[in-house]
Design a protein around this ligand. Structure first.
Ligand SMILES: *Cc1c(COP(=O)(O)O)cnc(C)c1O
Length: 353
């Protein structure tokens, strides 16, 4: 959270204007600042990351099968199903944990309309290979970049990959607007459509509605939180980097614990600290219980695979063996900017023993 006084100062403007929502001053300023920060021509704010996904699918007019990953938060898969599309699950690369591009083409049918990969834990998908496949088969690409805010790959901000990238600004993410999210995209012709999709389908002329749509507008208080948090983003990420580095120093070389090596040419935001247990003296589940008994809350993130959830089970069974093994053995350790180095040392000593 930003300093309390700073937030109060920011929201004073809202009391002066009495403008609470519907593209207010704070909202528009945040859209502009984010476009600058993400080096992308178009940013549309919405009420959360999930609605950003659903709106992205609608804006691209997708109807059919969408190839995606089961190793993600349930939101990715629900957004596909709730849009009337069918999720088709592709296995992941065991090193980056993102969609394995070598497994995509065999899943393409005449009903496939898009690919929806996730930059898991801020590891960047093989964007070049995925775009090549998409171009060859005339498919759209939406990146769930909820974990990759502010990251870049080969000097290009991740918001530039695919037709649309979505971000989540939920309280638990690296950058938050309490709840919130955005779509980032290059094609300016999508802008007015996305504005209609987040606001009941209302056009410039509010007597004309072209399609049924919901409400996903970000309000002024959320945007004010975003403007404050954005000022502190670089120092927050730097603090996270220091915490992550200490974890890496303590856990590197411990037999049975796999840390995920950083991808070259990726500038990270240090959102998560995943570790995989492989024949360690504890299983993943034993480790989580041990930490819990000591008042430390690690997460089984992501477990189980979304493909195993009841709404997404269908007649076709997809085998995603790497995703399955990873989800059974992975744990994300506590990581936040103000986590002390002593706490990191305590957590690691509990695990290592
Ligand atoms: C957080 C998250 C979402 C959903 O974002 P909300 O803002 O919580 O709606 C979607 N996908 C992934 C991978 C996430 O981590």
């Amino acid at each position: 959270m930003p300093p309390f006084e700073e937030y109060c100062e920011e929201i004073k403007k809202i009391w002066d204007s009495h403008w609470l929502t519907n593209a207010g001053v704070e909202h528009n300023e945040l859209e502009n600042k984010l476009a600058e920060r993400l080096s992308i021509s178009n940013v549309s704010l919405v009420t959360n990351g999930h609605h950003a996904l659903e709106i992205a699918i609608s804006a691209l007019g997708l109807k059919g099968e969408i190839i995606t990953t089961p190793f993600t938060f349930v939101s990715t898969t629900s957004s596909i199903a709730r849009s009337g599309c069918t999720p088709v699950f592709c296995d992941i690369d065991p090193v980056t944990l993102t969609m394995d591009p070598n497994k995509i083409e065999s899943l393409i049918t005449d009903r496939t309309v898009a690919i929806l990969p996730v930059h898991v834990y801020g590891n960047i998908c093989d964007v070049e290979a995925i775009q090549k496949i998409a171009d060859k088969h005339h498919l759209k690409v939406i990146y769930d970049a909820a974990h990759a805010f502010n990251e870049s790959y080969k000097g290009t901000n991740v918001s530039n990959f695919g037709d649309i990238a979505i971000f989540s600004f939920h309280a638990t993410k690296v950058f938050n607007t309490i709840e919130g999210g955005c779509l980032a995209y290059k094609d300016p012709s999508l802008r007015s459509l996305i504005s209609q999709l987040r606001d009941f389908g209302i056009t410039e002329d509010d007597k004309i509605i072209n399609f049924a749509s919901g409400n996903a507008k970000m309000n002024e208080f959320q945007a004010a939180m975003g403007l404050c948090n954005l000022r502190h983003l670089d120092s927050e990420i730097e603090k996270r980097r220091k915490v992550a580095t200490r974890y890496f120093n303590l856990l590197t070389g411990i037999k049975g614990i796999r840390l995920f090596t950083k991808q070259p040419q990726v500038c990270y935001n240090y959102a998560y600290l995943p570790v995989e247990f492989e024949n360690f003296k504890f299983s993943r589940d034993e480790a989580i219980n041990l930490l819990k008994a000591n008042g430390i809350f690690a997460r089984k993130y992501f477990y189980p695979l979304t493909s195993s959830f009841k709404p997404f089970l269908n007649s076709t069974s997809y085998t995603t063996p790497f995703a399955k093994t990873i989800s059974e053995n992975i744990l994300t350790l506590p990581l936040y900017a103000d986590l002390s180095i002593e706490d990191v040392e305590h957590i690691c000593s509990l695990i290592i023993g």
